[in-house]
Design a binder for this molecule. Structure first.
Ligand code: NAD
Length: 260
């Protein structure tokens, strides 16, 4: 990745999936810029960025379109171009990540959709303008988009919209040599992951039922992101790539595992 420049959005701390992605890319020589949401997180993200050799660290709250525009204007000014973007951003009101999806409120539906799904479209449109020599974009999704996961609720609906966006964006930007893919990660213990009620149960259930009999690390996700953001995946676009220790292929647990 030497000579490549990319933007990492969504580092909150060194447990964030975005951090695993950033590390994988920095280790292969990529030059990185980071965005952070709010000054409190900025204090944590700046030293993390410095450790990975980056000094381009910008505020960006995707609910505020002016701050998205400002972040891309700063990248255009400092770098003049961009090769890749990793969008690792999601939010929903914790009080609705439990109970029934049917009880989702209109205001939280709109906010969850904006931050967790539509922000990727707004980011992709701005990033594509800077990708004059082609490029690659990745966003993060979860299997609760395709199949019902208890308590994932409106976030599952937002991830389904995000995955559909990946396909439409891949078609829109493909003629410019820009690829757009999603990684569907298995459960990882992060700030966002902890917001889902009974997250520990889901984590342990997937750990014991996934073919690899483990969950994934942020470096597992980082390795796959490196593939998708590099020329190694030059023929791949519009895909949802599962990095979940194989959990998504399982229909039901093996009886021996249940009997125990
Ligand atoms: P995390 O809490 O470390 O990261 C979530 C990030 O979203 C934070 O950096 C936060 O600042 C950012 N964010 C939220 N609202 C924002 C806004 N309005 N503007 C800008 N940034 C905002 O958790 P994570 O698990 O690393 O999450 C990263 C992505 O991975 C998310 O899309 C999440 O849904 C997805 N994902 C997580 C898991 C998991 O189990 N942790 C599994 C599959 C997919």
């Amino acid at each position: 990745m030497a000579g490549k420049r990319g933007l990492i959005m969504g580092v909150a701390n060194d447990h964030s999936i975005a951090y695993g992605i950033a590390r994988s890319l920095a280790e292969q020589g990529a030059e990185l810029a980071f965005t952070y949401q709010g000054e409190a997180l900025g204090k944590r993200v700046k030293p993390i960025a410095a450790k990975l050799g980056s000094s381009l660290v910008l505020p960006c709250d995707v609910e505020d379109l002016a701050s998205v525009d400002a972040a891309f204007a700063a990248i255009a000014e400092v770098w003049g171009g961009l090769d890749f973007v990793a969008h690792c951003i999601a939010f929903s009101d914790k009080s609705e990540l439990k109970g029934r999806y049917a009880d989702t409120t209109r205001s939280n539906f709109q906010r969850t959709m904006l931050i967790s799904a539509f922000s990727f479209t707004e980011v992709a449109a701005r990033a594509a303008k800077l990708m004059k020599a082609g490029g690659s974009m990745v966003t993060l999704t979860f299997g609760g988009s395709m199949r019902v996961m208890p308590n994932y609720n409106v976030m599952g609906v937002a991830k389904a919209a995000l995955e559909a966006s990946v396909r439409y964006l891949a078609a829109d930007f493909g003629p410019q040599g820009i690829r757009v893919n999603a990684i569907s990660a298995g459960p990882v213990r992060t700030l966002a992951g902890a917001g889902i009620t009974d997250a520990r149960f889901m984590f342990n259930f997937q750990k014991s039922h996934a073919p690899l009999r483990r969950t994934v690390t942020i470096m597992d996700v980082g390795g796959s992101a490196l593939y998708l953001l590099s020329e190694l995946s030059s023929g791949v676009t519009g895909e949802v790539h599962y990095v979940d220790a194989g959990y998504n292929i399982i229909s039901m647990p093996h009886p021996d595992d249940v009997k125990g």
